[in-house]
Design a protein. Structure first.
Length: 550
């Protein structure tokens, strides 16, 4: 069977693309390498406890909710309230005025830098203003009201004017946030405490606007899995087909066919690739393509992407705890960013670790293991943790009187890979789990230590295996090598769907930077629009040819 559209990758971008194509009555096949759809927007259950696999809250950004409404998908959401803590202080982020409370927290931690903190808060407020414009209305690409004159004149046109004025200002903030903060203070620890929530060298525009995003967090009833489950149901109800446990290994772009790991072949008119970007270009059968400018572009694109790495990954700890959600709600909101020390991550010396990762021949394996363990102990005592307790938002997600807790921190893929190759991966996981529990019990949750029912973890290698993402990344390309090899200005996002092959489009976190859930949804919609337009042209041409023959 030849499908109008085949979508590869069943994460939120692939689900979005497939759903919009199916809505237009196109024949659609969605292929996903895992047993379930959703990617890192998902939840899983173990012994009655529900854990969110990746993303802890849903950031709307004028994109996610309009997409669900446009598809007619109804889900129940509640606000996912956020807290931020450093050492022995926690402040709740309930409104824009909470930024004053955050400033007070920082001033208590760094009393010698109150003037610097005032300057930084002023810069954060300014940046929040720019991003509030960017996400100030539901994204026009996800609305059906473009023919509504009142909407156009009273909402869209005024917003467009503010958008055009704000974009040059946002463009000036594309540099790394650490370097930007250094303009306002020389205290590296203060810079770290503000910036180490985020990915390495993330643009200042994204990091400094995050307080606006915290206020836009929501959580679906039933856990984050509720979203992909609802979208899969929509896709199937509109005639779409879904194949899980299906990894595409070969792309014959000349004959418009795909081959999976079992040798099964699928034909397409349009292909939307919503999976790992490197895999797209690695899987194309170049030997079957004729020599042409198109082939040269494909090879050049493949070779260029191979020079880039995926961004940060995470180490995630999952805990089932014999304590009620009220114990945790007395400490913070359900979504917490917590840094146990105000010393900052930059103080940790990494020279010896770098030698280990470089496989210095003068260093014995046992010595390397000691160095990594010592580094881990320091890192886990100073890093910033993202914590989430689902049962605080939906009591049905844990047994009565008990709670699940997810604890994650940004973590370097190379370290996990080195440990795996050195043969002590399982010991490393247990070692890190125990360290994280000790840090949390000695600071945030003193009653938790003897109440842990179950404990397990995932590493960057887990995320690489489960998602297929290069370097186990959770959010596209790294910012440490610039320029990023994809569009990174909102005015250029329309170009994100294109590839060097006319009937192959792309979507997801690899197609635009900075990426995340809203960008995955938006690029999925853009790729679907391109595929739909191509099918309309193809069908119109077919009709004309039929008329000519008659």
């Amino acid at each position: 069977m030849r499908y109008d559209v085949v979508v590869v990758g069943g994460g939120i971008a692939g689900l979005t693309a497939a759903s919009y194509c199916a809505r237009e009555n196109l024949s659609v096949l969605l292929c996903e390498k895992q047993a379930v759809l959703g990617g890192t927007v998902n939840s899983f259950e173990r012994d009655g406890f529900v854990y969110d696999l990746g993303i802890r809250s849903i950031e709307n950004s004028g994109i996610v909710f309009p997409m669900l409404r446009q598809l007619g998908i109804e889900l129940e959401f509640s606000r996912s309230l956020v807290s931020v803590g450093v050492a022995d202080q926690i402040t709740d982020i309930d409104s824009k005025e909470s930024l004053d409370d955050y400033a007070d927290l920082l001033k208590n931690q760094f009393p010698g830098n109150t003037g610097d903190i005032d300057l930084i808060m002023r810069e954060i407020r300014k940046t929040m203003g720019y991003m509030d414009v960017l996400y100030g209305i539901d994204n026009p690409l996800l609305l059906d009201s473009m023919t509504d004159i009142t909407y156009m004149t009273r909402t869209l046109l005024p917003w467009s004017f503010r958008f055009l004025l704000s974009m040059p200002k946002v463009a000036k903030l594309r540099g790394p946030v650490n370097k930007h903060l250094a303009k306002f203070t020389t205290n590296q620890a203060l810079i770290d405490i503000i910036a180490q929530h985020f990915f390495k060298e993330i643009p200042a525009s994204f990091a400094l606007s995050y307080f606006s995003l915290y206020l836009d967090y929501h959580y679906p009833k039933g856990g984050t899995r509720a979203i992909p489950q609802a979208m899969e149901a929509f896709l199937i109800s509109h005639g779409g087909s879904v194949l899980t446990d299906t990894t595409i290994t070969h792309i014959d772009s000349e004959n418009n066919t795909l081959t999976d790991q079992g040798g099964n072949t699928y034909s397409y008119n349009q292909l939307i690739w919503a999976a790992d970007s490197k895999a797209l270009y690695r899987n194309i059968k170049y030997e079957e393509l004729p020599v042409s400018p198109g082939k040269k572009k494909l090879l050049a694109r493949r070779d260029r992407l191979e020079q880039y790495q995926g961004g940060d990954s995470i180490f995630a700890l999952y805990l089932a705890i014999d304590l009620p959600p009220s114990y945790f709600s007395n400490i913070s909101h359900p979504h917490l960013f917590y840094t146990p020390s105000n010393a900052g991550i930059a103080r940790i010396q990494g020279d010896d670790l770098a030698r280990v990762l470089a496989k210095d021949p003068s260093m014995a394996e046992a010595e390397g293991r000691i160095i990594i363990k010592n580094w881990l102990a320091q890192f886990l005592a100073h890093t910033t943790y993202e914590l989430s307790c689902p049962a605080m938002r939906d009591a049905s997600l844990a047994p009565e009187g008990q709670s699940a807790l997810m604890v994650s921190t940004l973590f370097d893929y190379r370290i996990a890979k080195h440990i795996k190759e050195a043969g002590w991966y399982d010991q490393f996981k247990l070692f890190a789990e125990d360290l994280m529990v000790e840090v949390l019990c000695s600071s945030l949750y003193p009653e938790m230590k003897n109440k842990i029912v179950q404990k397990f973890s995932s590493t960057p290698l887990t995320f690489e295996r489960e998602t297929g993402n290069s370097d186990g990344t959770i959010t596209g390309w790294a910012y440490t090598k610039r320029p990023v090899p994809v569009p990174h200005a909102m005015r250029k996002i329309m170009k994100s769907a294109h590839t060097p092959v006319g009937n192959i489009f792309q979507a997801g976190q690899w197609t635009f930077s900075p990426s995340g859930l809203p960008i995955s949804v938006l690029t999925g919609k853009l790729a679907a629009d391109k595929a739909i337009e191509a099918m309309v042209r193809k069908n119109e041409k077919k009709k004309k040819n039929t008329k000519k023959r008659k």
